[in-house]
Design a binder for this molecule. Sequence first.
Ligand code: KIV
Length: 270
Amino acid sequence: MITVPEFYKRKIAQQKISMITCYDSSFATIVNESPIDVILIGDSSAMVMHGFNSTVNADANMIETHVAAVARTAKNKFIVADMPFLSNRMGISTATEIAGRFIKAGAHAVKIEGIRGCEEMVRHLVDTGIPVMGHLGLTPQSVNQFGGMKVQAKTASEQEQLLQDAKAFETAGAFSLVLECVPNQIAKTVTESIHIATIGIGAGVGTDGQVLVLQDLLGFSPNFKPKFLRQYLNGYELFKNAFEQFHLDVVQENFPNEKESYHENFKNHQ
Ligand code: KIV
């Protein structure tokens, strides 16, 4: 399993880090057997698992439940839990209490969107023994401030701000940093300007690693096709076809067949 010190070693050795989201035990079984380095219990769970149209609807109970479900199964993986909307803005003790719940549920670190106003809190969590992954660029919890899900850090002054914020995360003790939807050149500049590993999503190939939402990577959201996304499977079609086939088999009495049925002298349930 990758560890916090290993993140630094990977950056120095220029060995990329892979991270995907995972929210349930079935997928955790598969991810656990894969070479993926890190599992993120993101607040995108509010959207892909619970049907909300924004990540602001995630709360501590939701994230904690998904952390526990995944951690029970994915014993070989480093697990990062998202601090949900507002949880890091209601004082250091509230943030510490929520982050502590996630660690006790099985996470190894927490992720926090934005650093301005949170420097002391990040330092406190790190000093408490809770590793912190930062998140900058398009931070979806601030979607209303941004006026939509838009590429960030396009102007020189926004890029300078991004660089300063990245350095502030590093100074506060964060061990890594997600950069979301920013031009690839500034993502590379940030990556080369700090000593902690950057993990990109929509930030080009110059970061120290990449992250994707599992449902997006597997093609479960046919209408969500941002430029940065590569779909490795057409999961939507694949699963729909399986459900259609099951329905057909039921209505045509093709399921269950003789082998799939119990007879009077059956010995066990296998
Ligand atoms: O919640 C999430 O899925 C995330 C990733 C997009 C980085 O924060």
